[in-house]
Design a protein around this ligand. Structure first.
Ligand SMILES: *Cc1c(COP(=O)(O)O)cnc(C)c1O
Length: 426
């Protein structure tokens, strides 16, 4: 063995996995079982009391899911991870460890439409209050901090336009406020951006998108950077105070730099219940093996398509951070030098009607509400994902009526451009 640290592509294939000790199976088996046999009564008691690590019941942990957790933690540079049923489940589980009723968290206004809904409505019913800030104006985060602020939530590359967020600047605000920075890294994937390297304390993903990568399995994951001190000021009692359900242990004291991942598992996942199916974990693990190859192709295709659209007479503007003229190009060069991702928007001179018409004429691009599939996808956000917002909020979040969003796949770029050509021209 050399003492070289494995590179990203090697980790994408190997991290967390070994040949199965019983059968020699090289691919990670799907441990399709609800429960695991205890060695004896003492073993069972120590597992339940968190004195020993091991498998109990698949709602709390599963060996297939554990490989996925170790792999994503390695790719993101975190200390530990927890896989859950979806990206939205990851967001609920994370915030449940941090917020008490009446608390606040600050979120960037440019977010996945479903997250805007979840934060505005569902979380409100838990007594968790979202305060919106503008990711293009760092001082708006500073102004939003109050004594009840418990976290800051941003996307590394923001939906819907793929704009790049200045993670380091916002992490400085979070440090000053004494709260963790949570980064949704779904659109970039750790191949393009590793938020922990830029000051994130917690990373969340919808595994449903580029990590799984094939549009076939929902999943979510939480990565603990191990950087945050949960004991300060009694702000995070779930982590710092004795837990009655576990014989009074304090999670931070017992688990140190992976206490947050443990809290998410033994307080969040165990009690809220959004467990990931081991079958989905297997599908997503298989997807991750080719993440570096796919992601580079996604980016190269997206750049070619963006350049084509920027030169088309029916197109009013293209928002793609990979174009030198784009307002986020500086940030893209700093945070995502390998490519600016595959999800971006453009606007049509013909407005709303032209957007709806284009979507209906495209043949290779599928009209649907997803991103990060091998296949190219298209959507008109104003009439779909962002339709719940009023007109001003639509424009503010980058989903005005004339805007069309693409998620560029890994097909031949010439075929994608030909499809756009026929749909724009006809
Ligand atoms: C899809 C998505 C989510 C939600 O994930 P699900 O797996 O659909 O629950 C959250 N954030 C971003 C950026 C997404 O694209």
């Amino acid at each position: 063995m050399s003492d070289r640290l494995p590179g990203f592509s090697t980790l994408a294939v190997h991290a967390g996995a070994q040949p199965d000790p019983t059968t020699g199976a090289r691919a990670t088996p799907i441990y399709q079982t609800t429960s695991f046999v205890f060695n004896d009564a003492d073993h069972a008691a120590s597992l339940f009391g968190l004195q020993a690590f091991g498998n109990i019941y698949t709602r709390i942990g599963n060996p297939t899911n554990a490989v996925l957790e170790e792999r994503v933690a390695a790719l993101e540079g975190g200390t530990a991870a927890l896989a859950v049923a979806s990206g939205h489940a990851a967001q609920v589980v994370v915030l449940q460890q941090l917020l008490q009723p009446g608390d606040e968290f600050i979120a960037a206004r440019k977010l996945y439409g479903g997250s805007i809904n979840q934060f505005t409505h569902a979380f409100k019913s838990f007594g968790w209050n979202v305060v919106w800030a503008d990711p293009d104006d760092i001082s708006s985060f500073e102004r939003a901090v109050t004594p009840r602020t418990k976290a800051i939530f941003i996307e590394s590359t923001a939906t819907p336009a793929g704009s790049i967020t200045d993670i380091e600047a916002i992490s400085t605000v979070a440090r000053k406020a004494g709260v963790p920075l949570i980064v949704d890294n779904t659109l970039a994937s750790p191949y393009l951006i590793r938020p922990i390297d830029h000051g994130a304390d917690i990373v969340v993903h919808s595994l449903t998108k580029f990590l799984g990568g094939h549009g076939n399995s929902l999943g979510g994951i939480i990565v603990d950077a191990g950087t945050f001190d949960w004991s300060t000021g009694g702000k995070y009692p779930m982590l710092s105070e004795p837990r009655p359900e576990y014989h009074g242990i304090r999670l931070q004291e017992t688990f140190g730099n992976f206490a947050f991942a443990i809290a998410c598992r033994v307080l969040g996942l165990r009690d809220l219940g959004p467990a990931l199916s081991p079958f989905n974990a297997f599908m997503i693990l298989t997807g991750i093996e080719t993440l570096p190859l796919r992601m580079q192709r996604h980016c190269d295709n997206a750049k070619a398509v963006a350049e084509y659209l920027a030169g088309h007479p029916a197109v009013a503007s293209v928002s793609y951070a990979g174009l030198p003229s784009d307002k986020y190009n500086q940030l893209a060069r700093k945070y995502a030098p390998k490519g600016a991702g595959a999800v971006f928007t453009f606007s049509l001179k013909g407005g709303y009607d032209a957007g709806v018409s284009l979507v209906s004429k495209l043949q290779l691009f599928s009209p649907l509400a997803n991103v990060g599939d091998t296949r190219s996808l298209v959507i008109h956000p104003a009439s779909t994902t962002h339709s719940q917002l009023d007109d001003a909020a639509k424009v503010k979040s980058g989903a005005g009526p004339d805007v069309v969003r693409l998620s560029v796949g890994i097909e031949d770029k010439e075929d994608l451009i030909a499809d756009l050509e026929q749909a724009l021209g006809a």
